[in-house]
Each structure stands twice: as structure tokens, then as C-alpha cells.
Design a protein around this ligand. Structure first.
Ligand SMILES: [Fe+2]
Length: 249
């Protein structure tokens, strides 16, 4: 049985993350993998990401992003973590990331905060050979949820610049910093606060594929013009609106 949102929120507060094992069935995992295989074939064994429900149209991942029970769980987690209601128009924003090739290495140890409060990660392909298998690396609760959009922008500017990202990556590789390292199991669902936690993935062998689906929910700055203009880079890059649905002209 699935744990309650309250139990998940308590565990995220205590440990920095929670896991729902076997969140999808083996058949659903195969469907998700078939979609990845189809996409990977057209990306020449190099890194790619697909953003938003429309771009993922018809896939298992788009279906999950549109699932009402899943949205209710993420909504409840948002309420418990922030003490507020999400925007009435808020949708789950799905992203697929596929690490492979040399370009996949460049996307590893890329430490950041998400724009949204709740992040769910569903691994589809995770390498099992070699020293590095693309673990999820989390520094939990590095900061509080800010409802002051400008302060959030300043914090992100400080922590998201290349020098600080490289410094964190260097310190993690050297073992000077000891973040949480999660060995990911395909089919499990990993929940954490992407907004509060500095996070990234460990590298993996460029010859192997690491494919994950991410579900972002609950922008604490949904009513802020500052946030809308300065954050949500992924959505802007993918030319999507705030909810990741309609292409923006
Ligand atoms: Fe993230």
C-alpha cells in the first residue's frame, strides 16, 4: 500500500527524501523504457531532455503527469511543506532526462535548486556497472521555502553560478562534503523538496544510458512577476508556458 502524503512529508523532513518502492508495475516500466528507446535512437547516443506534457504526449510519463491521484499526492505534499495552497492552475511539469555519451558527463554534478517545491523522480534506466552509476545526490534542506521572490532570485544567483557549482562538485568528488547519495532503482518513486535541497546526479559511464523522469510541482512564486521572468529557465528554453503545456509564441 502507498504511504500517506503526511508520512511522506514527515520522512522528507526527517531524512531529506522518501521512496515509494515499485511505484509503477514492471509492465509500465517496460512502456516507459520503450518510449526512451525510441527517443534515444534519434539522439545519436548523446544527452537529451524532453520538457512538458505536450512534448511527451501519449507516453507513460505524460499519463502520470496528468494522473489525478498523483496530482493529489503532490498537492498534499506541497501543502504540508509550505503551509499554503498551490495555485489553482498548477499542473505537474514532467521532464525526461537521458544521460549518455560525453555530453551526459557534462550534465552530471550540476548542482541546483528546482523552481518548484515538490520533486518526484522516477528512474527508468540506471546503469548497474562501474564505479559511478548516476546516483541522486542531495544536500537536504539547505534553505527554507521563500515566498519572497526577489530573495529567492538572489539566493539562486549566488548558488547557481558556475564557480559555486564547480566548487560543490569538487568538494563532493574529494569527499569533503557528505551529501545523501541514493542508488536509484528503476520503477521506484523518489520524493524530495527540489526547492529546498541542493541536488544533482553523479556521473555514469558514457557508454551506458541513465534515463529518469522528473515531475515538478508547486511553484511558491506562482503569482510573482519577478519569478516568472527570472526563473523557470527550462520552461523558457523549451518555449513552454508556466504549466509546461502550451507552446509560447
Ligand atoms: Fe532538479
Amino acid at each position: 500500500m502507498e504511504p500517506s502524503a503526511a508520512a511522506c512529508a514527515a520522512e522528507i523532513d526527517r531524512k531529506g527524501y522518501t521512496v515509494i518502492e515499485h511505484y509503477i508495475s514492471p509492465e509500465q516500466l517496460e512502456l516507459g523504457r520503450a518510449f526512451i528507446n525510441q527517443q534515444a535512437a534519434s539522439h545519436d547516443h548523446e544527452y537529451f531532455a524532453i520538457h512538458g506534457i505536450e512534448a511527451l504526449g501519449g507516453s507513460l510519463i505524460a499519463g502520470l503527469a496528468l494522473s489525478q491521484p498523483f496530482k493529489e499526492t503532490l498537492t498534499e505534499l506541497y501543502r504540508l511543506q509550505t503551509g499554503r495552497e498551490p495555485a489553482a492552475t498548477e499542473q505537474i511539469f514532467p521532464v525526461i532526462r537521458c544521460l549518455q555519451g560525453r555530453s551526459g558527463l557534462k550534465q552530471s554534478h550540476f548542482y541546483h535548486f528546482d523552481a518548484t517545491a515538490v520533486t518526484a523522480l522516477l528512474p527508468l534506466y540506471i546503469p548497474t556497472e562501474g564505479e559511478h552509476c548516476g546516483d541522486l545526490i542531495i544536500f537536504p534542506s539547505v534553505r527554507r521555502i521563500r515566498f519572497n521572490a526577489l530573495r529567492n532570485v538572489i539566493e539562486k544567483a549566488v548558488l547557481h553560478n558556475t564557480a559555486s557549482q564547480k566548487l560543490v562538485a569538487f568538494a563532493v568528488r574529494r569527499g569533503w562534503l557528505k551529501p545523501i547519495r541514493l542508488k536509484l532503482e528503476p520503477g521506484n518513486l523518489y520524493l524530495f523538496s527540489g526547492y529546498r535541497s541542493l541536488h544533482a546526479n553523479d556521473e555514469c559511464d558514457p557508454a551506458l544510458l541513465r534515463a529518469t523522469a522528473l515531475f515538478h510541482f508547486g511553484n511558491p512564486h506562482h503569482d510573482s512577476l519577478v519569478a516568472r521572468h527570472l526563473l523557470g529557465t527550462n520552461k523558457r528554453k523549451a518555449k513552454l508556458d508556466h504549466n509546461g503545456l502550451k507552446p509560447v509564441n
